[in-house]
Design a protein around this ligand. Structure first.
Ligand code: ZN
Length: 391
């Protein structure tokens, strides 16, 4: 593999459309973007012609169960780990891993190890410390120390609210957690984001509105997710976004995928935009490899499935093809907006000189063709060419 790579003739969406240009990659970084840049004289350089292709920033998936999740139906319902090629198949080049309902048999330490392995295999990875319940499990014994001292830990999550699997925490509990996330983020220069799992509970976002009503902790400290799981929750989340908060759609939660009460994510994005929610407040993540349990009205688990990362790309396609959201807007929902919410921008989520060379490349019908992460090609002509160690 040469140190330099020249991507020629790509129609670049940075996310703004830069037209047809060449990109020179040096190592893991973008060194030049221009219609005339050429390979450095005297240096080995790999050239890839992307004539007729659309090139966007690699997608950022902010909510992934990297080591699996679930277990609500007993040990046999614990879901498996993700592999590298499953991630890149969705155009994703940056993941944020989380635990979930199970903070007992799964650990933040093993999540960190898995994230580190994906980083070595070729993509970029971060994690949240904690799990559904409070007080949260950590690596160092302190949320603050985890965020400040461990590079890959950029926040807390997924913390459950309005869910029968939560620790039924009080407003005060959530408020104190938010304070710890806030100061840890400030001290470390990270987002210190609280990735907040919203369940089916009748309280919805009530506690979130309550703990931010005095505007002391900014609403942007929180990333409430799964907001499209029901019309009732989605209506509330639109109010949250109108007041300045982020809303994170879950691409795997859809009427066609085991969630009959939910709003299809691409349609939810359309509804939010029509309601006047600023595009910059909308993000989408997959919930990949989380379990998707179904409970009856008595709280008994009556079925389960596994969330798919592929849904992220499918929903972006549906935003463009079915909901008439233009490509420039649609890709921001899984690139720029996420990078800004997680304070990874401009290193991630945009195409500019000096940022990481993470790209998803599509044909004219927005089918994924190639993926580059940190300057290295991981998928070619629709197929993975780099695999995880045990794939
Ligand atoms: Zn969740």
């Amino acid at each position: 593999m040469s140190f330099f790579t020249l991507l020629k003739n790509a129609n670049i969406f940075s996310p703004a459309n830069l037209g047809i240009q060449h990109i020179l990659i040096a190592g893991a970084k973008i060194a030049a973007i221009s219609p005339s840049v050429s390979a450095p004289i005297g240096c080995a350089c790999t050239t890839v012609d992307l004539q007729g292709c659309i090139l966007t920033p690699g997608f950022i998936d902010s909510h992934v169960h990297l080591i699996g999740g679930g277990g609500e139906g007993g040990f046999t319902t614990r879901t498996p780990e993700l592999n590298l090629s499953q991630i890149t198949a969705a155009g994703v080049t940056t993941v944020v891993g989380c635990l979930g309902a199970d903070g007992l048999t799964r650990h933040v330490d093993s999540l960190l190890a898995k994230a580190s392995s994906l980083e070595q295999e070729g993509i970029s990875s971060f994690i949240y410390t904690g799990c559904y319940q409070l007080p949260p499990p950590t690596i160092t014994g302190s949320i603050c120390k985890d965020i400040v001292m461990i590079d890959k830990i950029i926040g807390i999550g997924e913390i459950a609210m309005s869910d029968h699997r939560s620790s039924q925490s009080t407003e005060d509990d959530y408020r104190k957690l938010a304070a710890e996330a806030r100061i840890s983020g400030l001290l470390s220069g990270k987002a210190g984001i609280i990735d907040l799992h919203l369940g089916d509970g009748s309280d919805g976002l009530k506690k979130l509105f309550a703990i931010t009503s005095d505007n002391e902790i900014p609403k942007t400290q929180f990333l409430p997710t799964h907001v499209n799981r029901s019309s009732r929750l989605f209506e509330e989340s639109l109010r949250w976004a109108e007041q300045g908060g982020f809303i994170d759609l879950t691409s795997d939660i859809s009427p066609a995928r085991n969630a009959p009460q939910s709003i299809k994510p691409s349609l939810a994005a359309r509804i939010a935009l029509d309601a006047g929610v600023p595009l910059s407040r909308i993000t989408m993540s997959s919930d990949a490899n989380g379990s998707t349990p179904l409970f009856d009205s008595g709280g008994n688990m009556i079925g389960t499935g596994i969330a798919s990362q592929a849904s992220l790309l499918e929903e972006i396609k549906d935003m463009i093809r079915t909901e008439n959201i233009n490509l420039y807007d649609a890709i921001q929902i899984v690139t720029t907006n996420v990078a800004k919410a997680l304070k990874l921008w401009p290193n991630k989520g945009c195409i500019t000189i000096g940022s990481d060379a993470d790209f998803a490349v599509f044909d004219q019908d927005f089918n994924l063709v190639h993926v580059f992460a940190k300057g290295r090609q991981l998928r070619k002509d629709g197929e993975a060419i780099v695999f995880g160690t045990f794939e």
